[in-house]
Design a protein around this ligand. Structure first.
Ligand code: NDP
Length: 344
């Protein structure tokens, strides 16, 4: 089968494409420009010399007909993985233009493109987020007493958005809602799944493309390295995480596994708290000892228990036929090994 992967230059999308090529799928990817995709294409062609990866330029996903030409040119596409959506911070644009428009319009433009030009499509998978499900604004007991499950929706409305994080969360919720409404209204013959990742951590596919500035989710996890020296418990970053290679695998399982093909696929490996990330780094990277905060080593488990939101995605794991998640320790070690090899 031929799989379309939008946002092909993205952190997660690169791993999705890597998994697809390893499994012998043909892949059509999209990128904003030829210049942006060229280094990636070169690396993928070296790793998979059979020419199974091609790409098309889609400079802006939020225009109505963004993907029409791609579908016209590639009638062989039967599976669509839509990962493109604004996922960084620091845009020089009003929040609505930076997040909401591309997220929602991009999702609708891909679904409209399929409707008009690609009736042969059998499966669509849209990358949503756990921020479409959980209220990031809640704190204290409200946060830790809630168990996030895959039928929840973040109550945030666009009117309540106060900062880029709110805007990102709202954009993911509105985009997923828009996709589900389109699907209910149009009743297409394909199956629609969403993948709703928590914080995604791990290495890049290609060592030589590791950028000095990390992608935003790895950057969030790595912020602990900038904490000042302290022997206090470090309660930053209360969250839960998944390795990028695992979430990429779930994008593939989302269409390969019949039971997941119309699901809302939220999965996570483990809770995460700043102190735990610091412990992993201090244990495994002697070159960082003395340079990064130590905090209070022994407090990690209790902090995690007290501060992190809980999750229960067992029903999805069961539908996947079980799954062994890469532990946070491996994700953090692999991320930093790769990064420090280039920038230490
Ligand atoms: P990246 O920023 O690495 O990837 C996002 C991709 O989308 C890039 O290829 C980007 O292209 C493209 N894109 C964004 N906006 C537009 C636009 N307006 N027009 C065309 N292309 C656009 O982020 P991730 O890989 O982390 O995220 C991928 C998906 O996963 C997103 O939908 C994100 O919301 C979701 N997600 C990510 C999580 C994480 O922790 N990383 C957690 C939960 C969900 P360019 O770089 O050229 O702008």
């Amino acid at each position: 089968s031929t799989v379309l992967v939008t946002g092909g230059t993205g952190f997660i999308a690169q791993h999705v494409i890597d998994k697809l090529l390893a499994k012998k799928y043909k892949v059509v990817s999209t990128a904003r420009s030829e210049a942006k995709y060229a280094p990636l294409l070169k690396n993928f062609q070296k790793k998979y010399p059979d020419g199974a990866l091609t790409y098309e330029v889609v400079p802006e996903i939020s225009v109505d007909d963004a993907f029409d030409e791609v579908f016209k040119k590639h009638p062989e596409i039967t599976i669509v993985l839509h990962t493109a959506s604004p996922a960084s911070f620091g845009y020089d644009l009003p929040l609505k233009d930076a997040y909401l428009k591309p997220a929602v319009n991009g999702t609708l433009s891909i679904l409209k493109g399929i409707k008009e030009y690609a009736p042969q499509v059998t499966n669509v998978v849209i990358t949503s987020s756990v921020v479409a499900m959980m209220d990031l604004r809640s704190s204290g007991e409200n946060r830790t007493n809630t168990t996030v499950t895959n039928d929840m929706w973040n109550p945030i409305t666009w009117d309540e958005v106060e900062n880029p994080m709110d805007a990102y969360a709202a954009s993911k919720k509105y985009a997923e809602k828009a996709a589900r409404k389109f699907y209910e209204d149009e009743k297409p013959s394909y199956k629609l799944a969403t993948v709703n990742p928590p914080l995604v951590v791990g290495p890049q596919v290609f060592d030589d493309l590791v950028a000095q500035e990390m992608n935003s989710s790895n950057e969030i996890v790595s912020m602990v390295t900038k904490l000042p020296p302290s022997t206090e418990p470090q309660a930053t970053l209360p969250s839960f995480t998944i390795d990028v290679r695992d979430i990429a695998e779930f994008h593939v399982l989302a269409f390969e596994k019949e039971k997941l093909a119309d699901e809302r696929i939220a999965v996570a490996a483990s809770a995460c708290i700043g102190q735990k990330v610091l412990n992993i780094l201090n244990d495994n990277f002697p070159e960082l000892n003395g340079k990064i905060c130590k905090g209070d080593y022994a407090s990690a488990d209790k902090l995690e228990e007290d501060m992190c939101p809980k999750f229960d995605f067992d029903s999805i794991v069961e539908k996947a036929g079980g799954y062994d998640f890469i532990p946070l320790e491996t994700s953090v070690i692999d991320l930093f090994k790769q990064y420090l090899a280039k920038y230490s």
